[in-house]
Design a protein around this ligand. Structure first.
Ligand code: IPM
Ligand code: MG
Length: 368
């Protein structure tokens, strides 16, 4: 059988640095676990703009649609701040999400025991935390029309539209319920049904899908602002949080920080299954391009490495190997390995990006 194919898009900022470590991990699985991927690397974001004048070349888009999975580093940077909106690095990522129809974005927020002290919240509030945010990723205010900046009388008006169809809500709700069944069987859906019609429809459709096909899953509804408050008050009340594109963007950053560092959190964006049963999929760390530390060898590669673990689980049916990789990460953290983002100023010398990669590779070797 042909090897599965991976398209790697390191992107901008710390993207290439953290992706280098992922490449080493991929090679390890080839050499030690007989799990070989055909890997191709290409440009996205500012890096693609610099070469092609567009944040995502059509050829790259075509490759992404062909690949069994896409791994992305990060996009954006101050250098591109003044670019026209249509060619900003972020547009490359949004185009991938839209054209691959990656409607279900899984963002786990898991607190590693070794890092519970590092959270800005009290240790007992976050220790053992394991929640999953399912964010709708291809619709809502990110894509709704009309949008733009228009003249109105003697001033301008900026317009974006929050828009959700029943089928868009239906399919992402199903993915959240399916996921909950494999976890603790609880979904909390968040919107603003108190002020938004799209929120009213969201709540109605989620409830309908639940009652028809997932009555065994415990479902609750919450206004998203209350959800933000509950996330920092008592995050362990949640199992799966289901929410729209914009609320999901905000709530997932908040959830991420509960775990101590944005540098720890992976994500998976999944579309509808292909003919072979595999969903179209893109995996990326939740953190961004971190221009402030780019090129210094300081970045934490764990979020990107754990994104590859999610690829093993969700695209390649290699749950055991995904667990092996996740446990290797857990092990190095328990042994005290820390990049700069996981340390206070007085905590000694942090590991470099490559040294963290070394440590994880050593833990993988030890797992055999
Ligand atoms: C994210 C990011 C993106 C988003 C940006 C880079 C377009 O913040 O993935 O959370 O807003 O979705
Ligand atoms: Mg975001």
């Amino acid at each position: 059988m042909a090897n599965p194919t991976l398209l790697i898009l390191p992107g901008d900022g710390i993207g290439p640095e953290v992706m280098d470590q992922v490449t080493r991990i991929i090679d390890w699985f080839g050499a030690k676990r007989d799990l070989t991927f055909d890997v191709e690397t290409d440009l996205v974001g500012g890096a693609a703009y610099d070469k092609h004048g567009t944040p995502l070349h059509d050829d790259t888009m075509a490759k992404a649609l062909e690949a069994d999975a896409v791994l992305l580093g990060a996009v954006g940077g101050p250098k591109y701040d003044d670019l026209d909106f249509s060619v900003k690095p972020e547009r490359g990522l949004l185009r991938l999400r839209k054209e691959m129809d990656l409607f279900s974005n899984l963002r786990p927020a898991q607190c590693f025991d070794a890092l519970a002290d590092f959270s800005s919240l009290k240790k007992d509030v976050v220790a053992g935390l394991d929640i999953m945010i399912v964010r709708e990723l291809t619709s809502g205010v990110y894509f709704g029309e009309p949008r733009g900046i228009f003249e109105e009388g003697n001033e301008r008006v900026g317009i974006n539209t929050q828009r959700y169809t029943e089928s868009e809500i239906d399919r992402v709700a199903r993915s959240a319920f399916e996921l909950a069944r494999r976890r603790n069987n609880k979904v909390c859906s968040m919107e603003k049904a108190n002020v938004m019609e799209s929120g009213i429809l969201w709540r109605e459709v989620v409830q309908r899908v639940h009652d028809a096909d997932y009555p065994d899953v415990e479902l609750s509804h919450m206004y998203a602002d209350n959800g933000a408050m509950q996330l920092v008050r008592a995050p362990k009340q949640f199992d799966v949080i289901l929410t729209d594109n914009l609320f999901g963007d905000i709530l997932s950053d908040c959830a991420a920080m509960l775990t101590g560092s944005l540098g720890m959190l992976p994500s998976a964006s999944l579309g509808a299954p292909n003919a072979d049963g595999r969903p179209k999929a893109l995996y990326e760390p939740v953190h961004g391009s971190a221009p402030d530390i780019t090129g210094q060898g300081k970045a934490n590669p764990i979020a990107c490495i754990l994104s590859f673990a999610m690829a093993l689980r969700y695209s390649f049916d290699q749950g055991d190997e995904a667990t092996r990789l996740e446990q290797a990460v857990e092990k190095v953290l328990a042994d005290g390995a820390r990049t700069a983002d996981l340390m206070g100023p007085e905590d000694g010398t942090p590991l470099s990006t490559t040294e963290m990669g070394d440590a994880i590779l050593a833990a993988l070797d030890a797992s055999l």
